[in-house]
Write a protein that binds this ligand. Sequence first.
Ligand SMILES: Cc1cc2nc3c(=O)[nH]c(=O)nc-3n(C[C@H](O)[C@H](O)[C@H](O)COP(=O)(O)O)c2cc1C
Length: 385
Amino acid sequence: MTADGPDDGTFSNLARKARRRLPRLFADYIDGGAHGEHTLHRNRAAFTRWSVTPRGLRDVSSIDLTTTCFGRTWRLPFFLAPVGFAGMFHAQDEAATAHMAARHSIGMGISTFSIAAMEDLVASEADLMAQIYVMRDRAVTRDLLERAKNCGTSGIIVTIDTAITPVRERDVRNGFLHLSRPTLPQMASLLTRPRWLAGAVRQGGNRVGNIDRYTTSRGIMAQARDLTAQIDPTLDWDDLAWLRDAWNGLLVIKGIMHPADALRAMTLGADGIIVSNHGGRQMDPAPGTLDVLPAITEAVGGRIDIVIDGGIRRGGDVVTALALSAKAVSFGRPWAWGLAAHGERGVNAVLELLEREVRDVMALAGLCDTETVRKAGRAALWPLA
Ligand SMILES: Cc1cc2nc3c(=O)[nH]c(=O)nc-3n(C[C@H](O)[C@H](O)[C@H](O)COP(=O)(O)O)c2cc1C
C-alpha cells in the first residue's frame, strides 16, 4: 500500500515515472476511483487472500502461456482493458498500445473514448475489440457497430457498469472535466510537465478521434462531457437483446459483478463476460472482482469464457485468477502507466514484466500451461484468510 493508493506491484517504477511525467490531473484521472476508493483498494486486497502452492520435481523446462479466450488465441492470457483518453497520456497515443498488443499477440479493447479512431488502430493488426457505450441516440450506437464491423475489429465489448458517472473526488479536486477552459492553477500544473506538454502540442488534434463525429463540441474535454452525457441511463436487459440482434459478431459484456447478471448475459447470447467493477471507478463500496469470481464461475458453469480485471499487478495474481477459472486477465492502469512513462517502450515493459512473473510462478508451482492451471483449480492455491 502506498500513501494514496493500492500497491502497484511489478509496475511500481513505471507508475512512478508516469506520475512524474503527467500533469497531476491526468495522473489522478488514471489512479483515482469513485467516492472513498474502497473498491479500488479491495480489488488489490482480494488477491492478498490467496497464495499459490509451490510444487517441485515436475519438469518445468517449458512453460506455455498460450490461451484461447472468446474464440481467439493469444500468446499470453492478457487482454488490454479499454482506457478512455489514453491518447492524452503520450504523443504516440493508443496506436503505441495496439502495436504492442500485436507484437505480444494478445487482445486489446478500444475505448469508446479513444483519442485515436478505431479505423486508425486496426492498422496495427492487433486483435482489437471495440468497447461500446450504448448511447441515448441509438443511431450513434448503430453507427459505432457498423464502424466496428467495417474496420475489421474482432468483436465488441459492451460496458454495463456506467449507467451514471459517480463522483471521483480527485477529478473534482483537479477540475478534470472543466479542462476545456483551464484555470490558472491548471495552466500552472500543465506547465510543470514540459515534456508532456511538448508531446501534446506535437500531437496537435484536440479531439476524441473515435467519437468526435457525433458531437458539435470542440476540444477533448467538451467532447467527452457531451458524449458522457449521451450514455443511456435507461439501458436494461431488453436493450441488450436489441444489441444482440443488431450485432451478429463476437459480443462480450463488461462490468459483471453478480452471478444472476452473468447468467442473464449468457442467456441473451453473450459470447463472454468480463468480471469488472471498472477498476473501482464506478460503484463504491463494491466487492473486489476476485471475491465475486468463484460465484460467477459456478453460475455460468464453463459455458462462456470469463475474463477478470481490477488490481492485476503481479504474476501471482494472474495465476490465481486462472486457477479460479478465468480464461484470461485484463488490466487498465498498468498499460496506461507504461504508455505515459515511455510510449510504446513502456507498454512493452509492462507486458514483459508481467509475462516474466507469470512464468516464474507457474514454473515454481509445477504448472506448465494455462489449461493445466485451470484444471488444477483451487488445488494449485492456498487460501490465506
Ligand atoms: C483511466 C481509465 C479509463 C477507463 N476508461 C474506460 C472506458 O472508456 N471504457 C471501459 O469500459 N472501461 C474503462 N476503464 C476501466 C478499464 O477498462 C478496466 O476495467 C480497469 O482499468 C481495470 O482495473 P485496473 O486499472 O486495476 O487494471 C478505464 C479505466 C481507467 C483506469
